[in-house]
Write a protein that binds this ligand. Structure first.
Ligand SMILES: *Cc1c(COP(=O)(O)O)cnc(C)c1O
Length: 483
């Protein structure tokens, strides 16, 4: 049985189901598996040619004991999860014409058209599976920079064992993203638009941490989370690295580079772990926008929180890439004492500078770049003009970073991740293309439909968010469950 422990060393090891349903570990740390499964070249060879869902079954089976979820049950959860995706291959790869051996991994064919669908489709259905079996109910609370919220809301909508409260910083996500949450009419979905967040969605995470710390409240409502603190997200996200690799290589063992637009480091934490498991990735490009927290970590060895800057790639306007702590655990021989010390230091002072040895250990195999707004907009324009391919601003950040680091990456095949559909960011696309008329490629039927639906949302100011949430959530609970 694989056991899960906190990366900060507190509490007792727990099983898979507890790790998934709790979200956070008891000491506030992140759950990590005690050991990472290893995969061999022979296994990779066998997996070549599998569909995304078949591959997901194989990869997840390394982490989930059959005694917890049977083969048939896992297959059913996966089937339900990926049914609403628009493309049969779930995450197709698109070769670019203008760059040699370069592919765009299109992670935006889920129902809310961002990469968050890829992880949450599975995780929410997994949580629901456990709850139905236990006949229990959970209240999910998530903060969003624009994409986690819609995906959580979509997959939770109508599930009778779950309620979802999705908090977003009003004005800092696009109207299109907002409407994906607020136009759902299901009684178990509760979007909360929060005005005046000085640090964007990072502020909302702090309030969620306070709700968690409020023991009586947490117990009464059975709070949990499916944001990227949840191990299930990371585990599921390892699959697209395996899938992308197997799609582009000629022979197993060949090395590949991957460029990933990054905010909270949940996506790349999964990539880093896939490589630890044995996937032959040469370099990961950590692609940041001007909020360059990860770039500072990977280029200078400094984890520091600075003021937020609004950029065209708003889903990665994140100040604290918390999943870095989870990844670091695996790179420093699982030294939980050190992690705890650094997390405490960061929480009290806002900065940690890593020693040289630690820096070398975690940064090996990573390159990083911080893209400017102009570079981001220019690349959208360039690819649209030259090869009629429209990137969203986050995919654009990944391509910019890979272009800029080309010399140091080498000639291996390159996969750049496109994490959202451009229709979520119409104003940015207009700016990039210097036009007032949106091209067809920047529209999507689901986005158009949401423009014509009623909105249902809780509004609140950041100054009294905690109190307001306690009231709204508890009242809702008493009215619907307290009977
Ligand atoms: C969430 C998100 C990212 C960043 O992923 P992390 O796991 O937070 O690093 C990138 N692009 C888009 C469009 C996203 O929604």
């Amino acid at each position: 049985m694989i056991q899960y422990v906190s990366n900060k060393g507190g509490g007792k090891p727990v099983g898979f189901e507890t790790a998934i349903l709790d979200g956070f570990a008891a000491d506030g740390g992140f759950y990590v598996p005690e050991t990472l499964p290893k995969i061999t070249k022979e296994q990779l060879n066998k997996w070549k040619g599998l569909s995304y869902v078949e591959l997901a079954f194989e990869v997840l089976s390394l982490f989930i004991d059959r005694s917890i979820i049977s083969e048939l049950e896992l297959k059913n959860i996966l089937k339900t999860a990926y049914e609403p995706f628009e493309k049969e291959d779930i995450i197709p790869l698109h070769p670019l014409k203008s760059r040699k051996d370069t592919y765009i991994m299109e992670l935006f064919y889920g129902p809310t058209i961002s990469f968050k669908d890829v992880g949450l489709a599975f995780l929410v259905n997994l949580v629901n599976f456990f709850l139905e079996r236990k006949k229990e109910h959970l209240t999910l609370v998530v903060a969003t920079t624009g994409d986690t919220g819609p995906a959580t809301a979509y997959f939770t909508a109508g599930k009778s064992n779950l309620d979802a409260w999705v908090l977003y910083p009003k004005g800092l996500i696009t109207e299109e993203q907002e409407r994906q949450m607020t136009t759902l009419q299901h009684a178990n979905i509760h979007p909360v638009g929060v005005s005046n967040c000085p640090d964007g969605a990072d502020d909302l995470d702090l309030v969620i941490a306070k709700l968690y710390a409020n023991k009586p409240f947490k117990e009464k409502l059975k709070l949990s989370s499916v944001n990227s603190i949840n191990w299930g997200r990371i585990m599921m996200q390892t699959v697209h690295y395996f899938y992308g690799y197997l799609q582009v290589v000629d022979t197993i063992g060949e090395q590949v580079n991957m460029s990933v637009p990054s905010g909270a480091f949940g996506n790349l934490c999964a990539g880093g772990l896939a490589r630890e498991m044995g996937l032959p990735i040469k370099y990961f490009v950590v692609a940041n926008n001007k909020n360059a927290c990860l770039h500072r970590i990977f280029s200078e060895g400094r984890f520091s929180k600075e003021d937020i800057i609004e950029t065209p790639s708003s889903a990665i306007d994140i100040l604290v890439p918390s999943n870095f702590w989870r990844f670091l655990y695996f790179r420093i021989d699982k030294n939980t004492e050190k992690i705890k010390k650094w997390v405490d230091e960061f929480n009290s002072s806002g900065t940690v500078t890593f020693d040289k040895e630690t820096f070398e250990k975690y940064s090996k195999g990573f390159k990083s770049y911080s893209a400017t707004d102009k570079e981001t907009l220019d690349i959208i324009n360039e690819l649209y003009t030259s090869e009629n391919y429209l990137l969203d601003p986050h995919g654009a950040v990944a391509v910019v970073a890979a272009d800029q680091l080309k010399e140091t990456l080498g000639n291996e095949k390159l996969i750049c991740f496109a994490t959202a559909h451009p229709s979520k960011f119409p104003e940015i696309i207009k700016r990039a293309l210097h036009t007032d008329v949106l091209p067809q490629a920047a529209t999507h039927a689901s986005i158009e439909l949401a423009k014509e639906l009623c909105e249902k949302v809780h509004l609140c100011d950041h100054a009294h968010l905690e109190k307001a949430l306690l009231h709204a959530m508890e009242t809702n609970w008493d009215l619907t469950k307290g009977k």
